[in-house]
Design a protein around this ligand. Structure first.
Ligand SMILES: Nc1nc2c(c(=O)[nH]1)N[C@H]1C(S)=C(S)[C@@H](COP(=O)(O)OP(=O)(O)OC[C@H]3O[C@@H](n4cnc5c(N)ncnc54)[C@H](O)[C@@H]3O)O[C@H]1N2
Ligand code: MOO
Length: 402
């Protein structure tokens, strides 16, 4: 096991050991938003499947058309129908938007651009071949690979799949995340608070962060800080989860039971303690192929380390790199005078290239001062403090967590 490692190395170890979920399943397209496609989708048809009119008007052959020319109306074609027969020179067919262009015709004139009665139309000008004409297959042609295996399905992908007439597709299953909060001092909201107890913040916090990323835990539970109970719980969760994220019990106190838990689970322990604040004692292990990311119980530390490490784990497992928080720089609006021996991430609010530190409450057990914040400022180890006007590195969190 590696100890006291840099965040980047921790991320590297996580990414190296995590595997994309390879379980596949068939889904109706109405339920497939945000899933990753597990097959190449080849167009079975041309789209549109026939030459069609983009307008309401009259269709005919452009040959011999000129200003003042009269054409005999021989019929009408609506969208969803097909005109039977061939349209000869000197003839025209009334046509609606989306209707197939009859044989013999190669252009369409808008209704309001010509004079017409029940019998005939009079052209105001000569028409060109394929004027106002939508070609069969102009959107895509049959046999084209329209969407590739591995692509994440957004609304446009799904619209295209529907346009091909496909109603069910194979997708990679979503990552089944298990959340486990440990600590004998925690009590679920809604219950009475006894002496020495605190309300469980982390289960709701991390469930909600997952939801804000378009994911949800398949299991979310809490457990006392007894190593045997925690390891039994993790073993049970592993049957239904692809990875497990825990909070609490990772430091060095008598009740920091995760050291024992990983032994009981016979886990491969990859790291413990990362050179950052908050959340230093984070731990990462693999249990029979299941990644186990154990974060500090302090709610702000749990949040930050979930954002910096948990989201990397989920990005690999779900094949969705958009889950990794974006890194940018911004101009600091006011000084931050504290020295930082360790690399430190502090809560802040970034707006249009500027970043504000709105509170002096930065400790890892405090969550309330995170309200209104949308980023973390990444302060290097050994910093003597930050000056106003300085360019600082920030990590953008997608949500405000408000
Ligand atoms: N002697 C040392 N003590 C500590 C060290 C150290 O290096 N030497 N590290 C400190 C640091 S840094 C952190 S961070 C914490 C990490 O503690 P744990 O991850 O073991 O977490 P707990 O002890 O279980 O809890 C820490 C804190 O957070 C509260 N907590 C826990 N779970 C929840 C929850 N679900 N909702 C709300 N609050 C929760 C818990 O009551 C504690 O106050 O260790 C330091 N100690
Ligand atoms: O590393 Mo801990 O979360 O700051 O107190």
């Amino acid at each position: 096991m590696e100890k006291n490692i840099e965040l980047e190395h921790a991320v590297e170890l996580i990414r190296k050991h995590a595997k994309p979920v390879s379980r596949i399943k068939r889904l109706p397209i109405t339920e497939a938003l945000n899933y990753r496609l597990a097959e190449d989708l080849i167009a079975p048809i041309d789209n549109p499947p026939f030459n069609r009119s983009p307008l309401d008007g009259f269709t005919f052959n452009h040959a011999g058309s000129e200003a003042g020319k009269k054409l005999k109306i021989i019929g009408c074609v609506y969208a969803g129908e097909a005109f039977e027969g061939y349209v000869k020179e000197g003839e025209a067919v009334r046509i609606m938007t989306g209707a197939p262009i009859p044989e013999g015709c190669d252009c369409v004139i808008r209704l309001e651009d010509c004079t017409w009665d029940d019998q005939e139309i009079m052209l105001p000008k000569a028409m060109k071949a394929y004027e106002n004409f939508c070609f069969k297959g102009e959107d895509y042609t049959a046999q084209t690979v329209m969407i590739h295996k591995g692509e994440r399905l957004g609304p446009v992908h799904l619209g295209i799949i529907a346009s091909m007439g496909i109603d069910q597709i194979m997708v990679y299953d979503a990552v089944r995340v298990g959340l486990l909060v440990s600590g004998s001092e925690i009590v679920q909201p809604g219950s009475a608070l006894g002496p020495g107890k605190i309300y469980d913040t982390n289960l709701t916090l991390l469930t909600s962060v997952l939801a804000s990323l378009g994911m949800k835990p398949v299991l979310a539970d809490f457990v006392c800080d007894e190593a045997e109970a925690v390891s039994a719980k993790i073993k049970a969760m592993m049957k239904e989860c692809d990875c497990i994220i825990t909070t609490g019990g990772v430091s060095v106190g008598d009740k920091d039971i995760f050291h024992k838990v990983v032994q009981l689970l016979d886990a491969e322990q990859l790291f413990w303690r990362v050179k950052l604040k908050p959340g230093t004692p984070a731990m990462f292990s693999m249990v029979e192929g299941c990644p186990l990311l154990s974060l500090s119980g302090n709610p702000f530390a749990a949040l930050v380390t979930f954002d910096l490490m948990g989201r990397e784990l989920l990005a690999v497992m779900s094949g969705n790199e958009a889950l990794v928080p974006k890194r940018q720089t911004a101009i600091l609006k006011q000084p931050f005078q504290k020295r930082s021996g360790n690399r430190r991430f502090i809560r802040a609010q970034a707006v249009k290239g500027e970043v504000m530190i709105n509170s002096d409450k930065h400790s890892s057990g405090m969550l309330a001062s995170m309200l209104g914040c949308n980023c973390l400022i990444d302060i290097a180890a050994g910093s003597e403090g930050l000056k106003a006007g300085e360019t600082v590195k920030i990590v953008m969190l997608e949500e405000n967590y408000e």
